[in-house]
Ligand binder design. Structure first.
Ligand code: HEC
Length: 123
């Protein structure tokens, strides 16, 4: 009987480690999740102030935008374009679309690309 005592210690030690590990995971995961990558509230605000006057808040196109023939940003014609092309159009402009490379940082331009992608999912 006395032989299995050290083994019980081992099991106990392993259990404590396991509990510590699970506990730590439970603490760390919410902290990481509370901070989701690019700030989506900031992207929404940027889109509303810089883009919605032509593209509308939902990307469909405002009255002004429609008079300039803006494409529906949710349409597959726009969504099928690669990220690099969307970023390029936002940075350098195209037709009636103004250039934003002087008023938006590269990060902001990339978050606008993600924002345009997210419009598609909402449709
Ligand atoms: C002054 C009006 C105006 C504003 C402001 C504007 N756009 Fe545009 N946008 C246009 C027009 C017009 C087009 C169509 C260009 C063309 O195809 O000739 C366009 C096209 C686009 C396209 C599609 C590009 C393509 O190749 O089909 C994207 C994406 C886009 N805009 C994103 C944005 C974003 C993001 C913002 C804000 C940072 C923005 N636009 C602000 C007028 C505007």
């Amino acid at each position: 009987m006395s032989q299995d005592k050290p083994q019980r210690h081992m099991v106990f030690g392993t259990l404590i480690l396991l509990v510590l590990f699970v506990g730590l995971t439970l603490i760390v995961v919410p902290i990481v999740q509370a901070n989701p990558g690019p700030d989506s509230a900031a992207s929404t605000a940027t889109f509303r102030t810089k883009c919605a006057m032509c593209h509308g808040q939902d990307g469909a196109g405002s009255a002004v935008g429609k008079s300039m023939n803006v494409p529906d940003l949710r349409s597959s014609a726009v969504q099928k374009l690669p990220d690099a092309e969307l970023a390029q159009v936002i940075a350098n402009g195209k037709g009636g679309m103004p250039s934003f490379k002087n008023s938006l940082s590269e990060d902001q331009i990339h978050s606008m690309v993600s924002y345009v992608r997210s419009l598609h999912q909402k449709k």
